[in-house]
Design a protein around this ligand. Structure first.
Ligand code: NAI
Length: 332
């Protein structure tokens, strides 16, 4: 079976080629992201393997179906970039990797918190220039602080476990509450209470129509002055214009984002020789209390191994007329 990859980077190729020894699919890699501009290049492919910024809208899915594609394997957990209704109507089967390494993302959220708080990135540069002054490096103890976790699925739960180890008070909001989390001290609150009480708000819910711009001017007004906001989930959860206003007014004390609403035009590429055509991210990156990483929260060896293994297993089972082993992996 021929599988055509989009947004494929050298590290994707390395993991998939090695693990494909057990499956023997024909793997074809395109570095460009999938969208209307390139979809016609797909030839004789039974399956497409796509990543977070590949655009799988109705128009693209229609062309893929016409070209004989049967399976779409997302090598991600999130699937907001794919039109599920259109896929269903076209008879395409769509699978994903529901939980490859929740710890990878949760640990990155922690890394962002610690960097923003203890300013290790600034200290690193400072001491290299023999500047051992501590002015401007003061942080705060995480112990005893209130962490508001929005979304307590696989990643939110892993994040709660980590933060409980720091002696934080854990409050959460989810449309499906998980009773088992009370054992580590998590108590569920309405979203407005979470916003009002949290010193750090960390987003771990999916991007849906109901969660788009969950962080907006109104929700920011409910938050404590000096709040830290961490988003390792999806850029669209945050209204960037409102965030900029919150940063300017100093109501937001710290912002850590691994995802960005317009990231598809920027992330996963080396643009160091380019003049960026995005004033908003330039402005965001200019704030000393903002940390931006380029959608790297998932990026650990363990996660890559799991992503490649599960994606190939999903495709193998679908091609045999079976469903993926993990029911959550099958989207349609
Ligand atoms: P999950 O499906 O296990 O958990 C998501 C949770 O959010 C569920 O408990 C769900 O009930 C909850 N939720 C849904 N709507 C909500 C709402 N309106 N308010 C509060 N909670 C709501 O997903 P998982 O694996 O924990 O991933 C979460 C998100 O993290 C993914 O959707 C994806 O966007 C993002 N992600 C980011 C990565 C990165 O590298 N930055 C890597 C992997 C995932």
């Amino acid at each position: 079976m021929k599988v055509t990859f989009f947004s494929a980077k050298p590290y994707d190729k390395a993991f998939f080629d090695r693990l494909n020894a057990n499956f023997r699919f024909e793997l074809v890699y395109y570095e460009t992201h999938l969208g209307p501009h390139i979809v016609n290049a797909v030839e004789d492919s039974t399956a497409i393997c796509a990543f977070v910024n590949d655009k799988l809208n109705a128009e693209v899915l229609q062309v893929l179906a016409e070209k004989g594609v049967k399976y779409i394997a997302l090598r991600s957990a999130g699937f907001n970039n794919l039109d599920l209704d259109a896929a269903k109507a076209l008879g395409l089967r769509v699978c994903r990797v529901p939980a490859y390494s929740p710890e990878a993302v949760a640990e990155h959220a922690l890394a962002m918190i610690l960097t923003l708080n203890r300013k290790t990135h600034k200290a690193y540069n400072r001491v290299r220039e023999q500047n051992f002054s501590l002015n401007g490096l003061m942080g705060f103890n995480l112990h005893g602080k209130t962490i508001g976790i929005v979304g307590t699925g696989n990643i939110g739960k892993a994040f709660a476990r980590i933060m409980s180890g720091f002696g934080c008070k854990l409050i959460a909001h989810d449309i499906h509450e998980d009773d088992t989390l009370s054992a580590i001290g998590v108590s569920y609150r309405p979203l407005s209470d979470l916003f009002a009480q949290a010193d750090i708000v960390s987003l771990h819910c999916p991007l849906l129509e109901s969660t788009r711009h969950l962080i907006n001017s109104a929700s920011l007004r409910q938050m404590k002055p000096g709040v830290m906001i961490i988003n390792t989930s999806r850029g669209g959860l945050i209204d960037t214009a409102a965030i900029l206003e919150g940063l300017r007014s100093k109501h937001i004390g710290y912002l850590g984002i691994d995802v960005y609403e317009q990231e598809d035009k920027l992330f996963f590429r080396d643009l160091s020789q380019t003049i960026l055509n995005d004033d908003t991210i330039q402005l965001l990156m200019s704030f000393p209390n903002v940390l931006v990483t380029g959608h790297q929260a998932f990026f650990t060896m363990e996660a890559m191994e799991e992503i490649a293994t599960t994606t190939l297993q999903n495709l193998s089972r679908l091609s045999q007329g079976l469903e993926p082993e993990n029911p959550a992996a099958l989207l349609v």
